[in-house]
Design a protein around this ligand. Structure first.
Ligand code: NAD
Ligand code: MG
Length: 399
């Protein structure tokens, strides 16, 4: 039976890799919908190639241009608009799989809609779990949905956890310790600056920050990798995906990005997943699960690997990681506030309004001002997110 897939964030880096896998297995996957933000030209090309029923964009003006372009290309794909459009294609009855690959908290409502509709969610959008981990996982459980982690570290952990625990993406409710698991170790490349002189960190330009040594990714996640906020967000993501306690989670720098993460068992065994750093591997894993399908990824050549090295992350160098670890421990709405403030700060850094080291300052200040008492519904959570964005904007003007 063909899988019918909606790809949210289809014009991004994860979108590109997902569509590459679809191209390799056209007989197994049918694209139901593609969603993007403003890249209408790319969407016309993709619609002409994949002939989805729907395409979603966020703005009216983009939708108008897109409609005209599709008509001119004799493509019958219908255009839907905004969050409502995203939620429709994430929950449509025809759809079996949703690739959630929008960047930022903007991806949350559609991921929740997919969960409510009981879909298999291929989750790249880690911000969904950072902002609303409890709420999202509860929704997944209540509606019989499945979550397969696309993030390479979490995908690695998912692959080396006992199958009776992961159950093809059904939420984990058991205690990890009952399965002999002592620790989940997320590897981090350390980004481009893990050895740079701390005194010069303020001078880092957006161009330098988005140049990741091992992975090719969107701008926001690339900056997060450079500040190691990404690893902090991933620790929070792991907490929810694997029902892990904060003390069961650690991060270690491994600059070669060959080991994608590890699980340490009680008997001394450490199980790891290795591979060439290419997101098509975790994406193909999620799309094929429980089968293994071709991904086009270059096989890992052990004879050319000269070394695998490891280092402890320096929390003074990477204050964003420190803040995220504090937030992981404190819980409540603190992760939601951290995420929103970080999104605003990263955007301001990319627009050269603030320096690289100001990102952590903005986030820290917003956290200090925030009411982080836990919200129990999505509206309250989105209100908290909105508050944090305004508070962060004010901080941006102050630094
Ligand atoms: P990207 O910037 O390349 O692509 C983002 C996609 O989201 C684009 O299609 C864009 O049009 C869309 N988008 C942006 N803002 C939007 C909005 N407000 N509403 C609707 N759509 C919007 O980002 P990416 O690197 O593909 O990352 C996507 C997600 O996957 C992020 O959450 C990221 O953390 C996660 N992720 C990415 C990688 C990677 O290797 N790129 C690895 C792990 C996790
Ligand atoms: Mg990752």
């Amino acid at each position: 039976m063909k899988q019918v897939i909606s790809i949210l964030g289809a014009t991004g880096s994860i979108g590109d890799s997902t569509l590459d896998i679809v191209r390799r297995h056209r007989d197994q996957y049918e694209v139901f919908a593609l969603a993007g933000n403003r890249q209408w030209q790319k969407l016309i090309e993709l619609c002409t190639e994949f002939r989805p029923q729907y395409v979603v964009v966020m703005d009216e003006d983009v939708a108008v241009t897109l409609k005209q372009g599709l008509q001119a290309a004799s493509c019958a794909t219908q255009v839907l608009l905004g969050q409502q459009g995203l939620c429709e294609v994430a929950s449509a009855s025809e759809v079996t799989m949703v690739m959630a690959a929008i960047v930022g908290a903007a991806g949350l409502p559609s991921a929740l809609a997919a969960a409510k509709a009981g879909k298999t969610i291929l989750l790249a959008n880690k911000e969904t779990l950072v902002v609303s981990g409890q709420l999202f996982m509860d929704t997944v459980r209540e509606h019989g949905a499945r979550v397969l982690p696309v993030d390479s570290e979490h995908n690695a952990v998912f692959q080396v956890l006992p199958h009776e625990l992961t159950q093809h993406g059904r939420p984990i409710t058991q205690d990890l310790a009952d399965f002999g698991i002592n620790e989940i170790i997320l590897t981090a490349s350390g980004g481009p600056f893990w050895q740079r002189d701390v005194a010069t960190m303020q001078d880092i330009t957006p161009q330098q920050a988005v140049k990741h040594p091992n992975w090719s990714m969107g701008q926001k996640i690339s900056v997060d990798s450079a500040s190691m906020m990404n690893k902090g967000l991933e620790l929070i993501e792991a907490r929810w995906l694997f029902n892990a306690k904060p003390q069961q989670l650690t991060a270690v720098i491994h600059p070669q990005s060959v080991i994608h993460s590890m699980v340490r068992y009680r008997d001394g065994s450490v199980l790891a997943q290795l591979g060439t750093p290419d997101m098509r591997t975790p994406i193909a894993y999620c799309m094929g699960e429980p089968e293994r399908i071709d991904s086009g990824v270059k096989p890992l050549d052990f004879t050319t690997l000269s070394q695998l090295t490891f280092a402890e992350p320096d929390l003074e160098r990477f204050p964003c990681l420190k803040l995220a670890m504090q937030v992981l421990a404190s819980g409540g709405d603190a992760p939601c506030v951290l995420n929103a403030a970080n999104e605003v700060a990263v955007a301001a850094f990319l627009q050269q309004q603030i320096g690289f080291t100001d990102i952590a300052r903005v986030v820290e200040q917003v956290l200090a001002e925030a009411n982080t008492q836990i919200s129990h519904n999505i509206d309250d959570l989105l209100a908290k997110d909105a508050w944090a964005r305004i508070a962060a904007q004010q901080q941006v003007l102050r630094v």
